[in-house]
Design a protein around this ligand. Sequence first.
Ligand SMILES: [Zn+2]
Length: 265
Amino acid sequence: MSSFDIQSKQYCHTCKIHTNHHIVTKNGEPVQYVEEILEDDDYVYGEVTYAVVQCKGCDTIGFLRIYNDMDNWQYAHRVKEETGKDIDPNDYYKYPEEPKKESAPIPYNHYESKIKFKHLPEYIKELRSEAIKAYKEDLLYLCATGIRMLVEAICKEKGIPEYKKNEDGSLQTYKDGNPIPNSIKWKIDELHKRGFIQESARDILHQVREMGNASAHDIEKHDLRTIRSALETVELILYTIYELPNQKIYERKTKQNPEDMKGSN
Ligand SMILES: [Zn+2]
């Protein structure tokens, strides 16, 4: 190790790994510029070296900024005393830089429906696949919005009134004569009251409704679980409403054993 060797391995953009480097010399002198760091009273506190360096593996030239100060030096000294280990007191900054590790890809949110839908109204079918697509791409806000729209679409299709009504059946209106819409909160409760969904499903839909009221920014990763429950809930609702009435139960005709019939209703 010559005096111009760099103490720690540096990234070489040709070798693509950390390799030994040394400072390039010209006429026996290192090609570098050293700048002292002075305290207020001109006391030398540390130094920064700007050096032209070369990979000892492939000879590629690079540029290295080497920083050292009293704190670094004292720390290295203390480590040496306590453990006997030599540590490099320098901080390095190498050009060209080591490429940043690509951030971990967004986890693929696997979602595979257990239900084969054949009888969904076209509009609901499209909304459903959009919501699932958003979920898979980690677009939680879009997914929550999609689920809300699905719920709205189900309500509309099931005849849950869009607008508030008076007791005589006439529409409640604002002062300007426009009808007052029912809130999605009311509609979700109504889906439950009319027996389309169970209490647990209603509560999940309310959570998603509240999520849709928050900004996209406020939707956290932990909401993924809620969104997933909501998706599954909506799938079940869709199944109950649109597929179940179309199921033909052939099995009953073939099974003659009365034991099999018990409790199977
Ligand atoms: Zn190299």
